[in-house]
Ligand binder design. Structure first.
Ligand code: HEC
Ligand code: HEC
Ligand code: HEC
Ligand code: HEC
Length: 150
């Protein structure tokens, strides 16, 4: 009888631990990408400037690249996407061109981070609510070691 009690106690502890771990990461889960269209109403100047910026054609420029096409045909991870789209592999990030056309570029959130929390500022408030938006981008995450070999 005692050992059954111990087993139940043991299972309860495991369950508590697991649910605790899940409960501890909601911050990450609430953060997501929304695409540059959502920034435009409040950031007109940046939006106009960045449409002319080379980063906005970062995905278009790889589509005909034979290394890109080969990775797709071989069913391998298309690692190019880590640097040539927005939020690849992350919550709400790029999936494919049909599903997430807005993110098929190195857009605002590639540099500034996912914007859903930040964009929830009320238009009449004009107060900076940063959320996971960062002012200074980490250019080095894509430009540091420029290698196309994986
Ligand atoms: C509802 C309006 C609104 C939306 C939508 C919005 N922003 Fe902002 N943003 C602001 C305001 C207000 C500030 C603070 C004042 C300023 O710098 O213009 C700000 C500041 C920023 C800053 C500077 C942060 C700092 O620390 O100085 C960045 C970067 C930024 N926004 C990026 C974005 C991106 C990227 C998007 C789209 C994903 C976005 N914003 C959507 C209103 C908005
Ligand atoms: C998400 C990845 C990513 C981030 C972050 C990023 N870049 Fe880029 N950048 C690229 C890609 C991909 C290209 C190539 C686009 C193309 O040719 O279609 C590029 C092109 C450029 C170019 C033109 C090519 C060259 O080397 O002369 C400059 C300049 C540049 N980036 C500067 C920056 C700066 C400065 C930052 C930070 C403020 C930055 N980038 C952040 C991915 C990134
Ligand atoms: C670690 C980030 C990173 C990865 C991964 C990456 N790129 Fe790039 N790519 C860049 C940056 C940064 C630039 C712009 C600077 C430059 O040209 O050196 C660029 C530029 C380019 C360009 C335009 C310049 C040129 O070389 O003619 C093409 C095309 C390109 N990449 C294709 C690809 C393909 C295809 C893959 C996958 C097989 C890939 N890239 C993987 C970061 C990356
Ligand atoms: C290639 C990286 C890159 C991309 C893409 C990018 N930004 Fe920025 N952004 C920067 C850098 C660098 C700064 C200057 C940060 C500093 O030194 O204060 C900046 C600053 C800002 C600021 C602060 C006010 C200002 O102008 O200095 C806002 C707001 C902003 N960006 C919004 C946007 C929006 C909206 C988009 C998409 C339409 C966008 N950014 C795309 C790199 C980028």
């Amino acid at each position: 009888m005692k050992s059954i009690g111990n087993i139940i106690l043991f299972i309860t502890i495991i369950v508590l631990c697991v649910s605790n771990t899940i409960a501890q990461s909601p911050k990450e889960q609430n953060v997501s990408y929304i695409g540059p269209g959502a920034c435009e109403p409040c950031h007109k100047t940046q939006s106009e400037n960045f449409r002319k910026n080379i980063h906005f054609k970062a995905y278009k420029d790889i589509k005909d690249d034979e290394r890109f096409v080969k990775l797709i045909n071989d069913g391998k991870e298309v690692y190019c996407l880590r640097c040539h789209v927005t939020g690849y592999g992350e919550n709400g990030g790029f999936v494919d061109e049909e599903t997430t056309p807005e993110l098929a570029k190195v857009g605002c959130e590639s540099c500034h981070g996912p914007g859903n929390e930040h964009a929830a500022i009320k238009m009449d408030e004009k107060k900076l609510k940063r959320g996971s938006i960062q002012r200074k981008p980490d250019c080095g995450k894509c430009h540091k070691i420029h290698s196309h070999d994986g």
